[in-house]
Design a protein around this ligand. Structure first.
Ligand SMILES: [Zn+2]
Length: 266
């Protein structure tokens, strides 16, 4: 069994403020270690369920956060950004049996996590696909769907887990914290790791095919920016139009074209 894991930091147990998820921040190291511990727990759960190959994609900021030596040996770690349009799902292809997402966070503009955002925290207000407000979870699940890879498990904040279940009802979730205003209420970090290991093992032992996301046949994408200048510039991306002063629109029947738009405009 070949398993893919995409890892973020804003949905890792404890993370609450930007200095905690930004390299150089005073408490960054503590949460870099917890990100690594939750990833290792997911790897151990996968190994228990019979995984023979595990690709771990560090998908946060520099993509150089996870401490490789603390992962079990079968794990391969993808660091840095190749700038392939799959971004947080780089190296995913149809040879994988399942994909998992660890440390994922609520979408931009939502109250579920003080660190909520969609792709760019400072430039992007919101992204919608076919009228649905879009998270990094949805963007990356559609990438998995494009490769026919089921998304069987997600961990992150409570609101993100509910959002993920609304998209893929059969997937298993582990909520590690709840966001309230500019605060979070967190489970104990060791309990979180135990739950992730158990639930990943159970998810990978279940009916994987029931967790295959449905890829729409066409895509009507709208991106709202914090600045009108940003929208104006990005409206010149091939196929994009300026829908409102701070919003661009892009339509396609090919999700890879949508991912190329995201690569250049988010
Ligand atoms: Zn992140």
């Amino acid at each position: 069994m070949k398993v893919y894991m995409s890892i973020d930091l804003e949905g890792i147990c404890g993370t609450t403020h930007w200095d905690e998820v930004t390299r150089g921040g005073e408490r960054y190291h503590e949460f870099q270690k917890q990100m690594t511990a939750e990833t290792a727990a997911a790897c151990n759960g996968a190994l228990k369920a019979g995984a023979t190959q595990i690709y771990v994609r560090d998908g946060h900021d520099s993509a150089k956060n996870i401490i490789a030596a603390d992962l079990p040996e079968p794990a391969l770690l993808i660091r840095g950004w190749s700038r392939h349009p799959y971004m947080m799902m780089q190296e995913l292809d149809s040879s994988f049996d399942a994909a998992l997402m660890i440390g994922y966070h609520s979408l931009g503009g939502s109250p579920g996590n003080p660190l909520a955002h969609t792709m760019s925290n400072s430039r992007v207000v919101s992204v919608s696909i076919n009228g649905l407000e879009t998270s990094e979870f949805l963007i990356n699940s559609y990438t998995a769907a494009r490769e026919q890879v089921p998304v069987v498990f997600v961990s992150g904040d409570q609101a993100l887990c509910e959002h993920a279940s609304s998209i893929i009802p059969a997937l298993q979730t582990a909520a590690v914290k709840t966001g309230i205003g500019d605060s979070t209420v967190n489970l104990h970090p060791r309990r979180v790791c135990r739950e992730i290991e158990e639930k990943v093992s159970s998810a990978l032992s279940g009916d994987l095919k029931s967790c295959l996301p449905i890829l729409p046949e066409s895509f009507d994408v709208r991106i709202t920016y914090t600045s009108c200048m940003e929208a104006y510039k990005n409206s010149f991306f091939p196929g994009a139009t300026l829908e409102q002063d701070n919003m661009i629109r892009f339509e396609s029947t090919d999700y890879f074209e949508v991912l190329k738009l995201f690569l250049f405009t988010l």
